[in-house]
Every structure is written in structure tokens, then in C-alpha cells.
Design a protein around this ligand. Structure first.
Ligand SMILES: [Zn+2]
Length: 210
């Protein structure tokens, strides 16, 4: 069966509401308070492990170009050995998320680290079945780009880390407290949800809150 045909058939569209629905389900399966309680930072690493997905922190590439990678089948993956300064083959199991260890090096990268974890979890949730059925010779990078899988993973990651119900609750609470200045709202909310200011700004702008 030609790969391109398969790709066309596999092109799946999700609505914004579908991402929110998936996020709500994933969060509530871990702890309903994450969606319905007092707004707080979502413990994304714990949620990943709670779902039986393994988290591994490795230097994925020498230059830090790849921040995360989801493993869909058992095998060996090349990772950068910082001490030996060379690539080594690292045994990985299906259902592993590799996170670039550089993201754990300093506190300023926390938002990036958490978004990468959520992005990779989103690939696992949305694309596992798709990858399980891929023909051997599929160009995964090309397919990822053509089918918009990155955009989907980013959208679900945003919904997971900044659930719409929670950002609205938080926004109106700040508003009631007299905080009206755009930058202050973004900074306060980014700090609360442990997201980058950029990710929070995009999320709030999308829902016309700032
Ligand atoms: Zn991705």
C-alpha cells in the first residue's frame, strides 16, 4: 500500500473543543481538582508516569536541537553522551518519552521543560495508534510535517498545562483583585501555571482575555 495514500487517509482534524475535552479527561483521570479545583500548575511529569509512560532525561542531540522525543517502538536510540562527547546507542522501550537533559539545567527553562513534556505526552495520546500502523518505510519526519502532527501536539499541550476552565477562573480572580495590566496578568498567570510567559500570552490572546 503506498505510503502517501495511507497518509492522506490518516489526516485527522481536531477541533479546539476536542483538545479541551481530551485534556479534561486526562487531567480528571489523575485528579479532578486539576480541572475543577483551585487553579494550579499541572504536575505534567507525574501525570505522564501515572499513565505508565516512562520519562527519560538524556541529551538527545549534541546541539540541543531536539528537546523531546516519544518512542513508539522498542529499539535503540542515539543519544549524546556528555562525558564521553560522543553519540551512544541507548535502549528504549515503546512508551518512553525522552526529554533533553539541558532543559533540567536551570530554573529559567522550567516552562520550556514542562511544555516539552506535555507536547510529547500529547503525541503519545493522539498519535500512538497512527504510529503503530505505519508502513515500515514511512518517512516519519515528512509525515509529521504533512499531517500537522506538531500543531496538534502543541494545541493539546496548551490545553493540558493551561486548561481553559482554569485560566478563565484565574483571569477573573485577578480581574476582581483589580489587576488589569496586560503584562502583569500574563506574568502572574505564567508563574501560577509554571508556563513560559510566551505560552501564556498565546493562550490568553487566543481566548481574547488579553
Ligand atoms: Zn512533536
Amino acid at each position: 500500500m503506498p505510503g502517501s495514500m495511507e497518509m492522506r487517509q490518516e489526516k485527522i482534524f481536531y477541533s479546539e473543543a476536542a483538545f479541551e475535552g481530551i485534556a479534561r479527561q486526562v487531567l480528571c483521570e489523575y485528579d479532578e481538582k486539576l480541572y475543577f479545583g483551585v487553579p494550579q500548575a499541572v504536575p505534567v511529569e507525574e501525570i505522564i508516569e501515572h499513565r505508565g509512560v516512562l520519562l527519560e532525561y538524556q541529551y538527545i542531540r549534541k546541539d540541543g536541537r531536539v528537546l523531546g522525543k516519544t518512542i513508539f517502538e522498542d529499539g535503540l536510540d542515539a543519544v549524546w553522551d556528555m562525558e564521553e562527547q560522543e553519540y551512544i546507542l541507548f535502549p528504549v522501550k515503546a512508551g518512553t518519552i525522552l526529554i533533553d537533559a539541558s532543559l533540567c539545567e536551570d530554573e529559567s527553562k522550567l516552562g520550556r521543560l514542562r511544555f516539552t513534556c506535555a507536547h510529547e505526552l500529547a503525541h503519545w495520546l493522539l498519535h500512538k495508534d497512527l504510529f503503530d500502523r505505519l508502513p515500515e518505510d514511512t518517512d516519519v519526519e515528512l509525515m509529521t510535517e504533512k499531517c500537522g502532527l506538531e500543531v496538534q501536539a502543541n494545541m493539546l499541550a496548551s490545553s493540558l498545562l493551561m486548561p481553559l476552565s482554569q485560566i478563565k477562573k484565574c483571569y477573573y480572580r485577578l480581574f476582581t483583585d483589580g489587576i488589569r495590566e496586560r503584562l502583569e496578568i500574563i506574568e502572574k498567570m505564567a508563574a501560577l501555571f509554571q508556563a513560559s510567559c510566551q505560552a501564556m500570552r498565546i493562550r490568553l490572546e487566543k481566548h481574547r482575555l488579553v
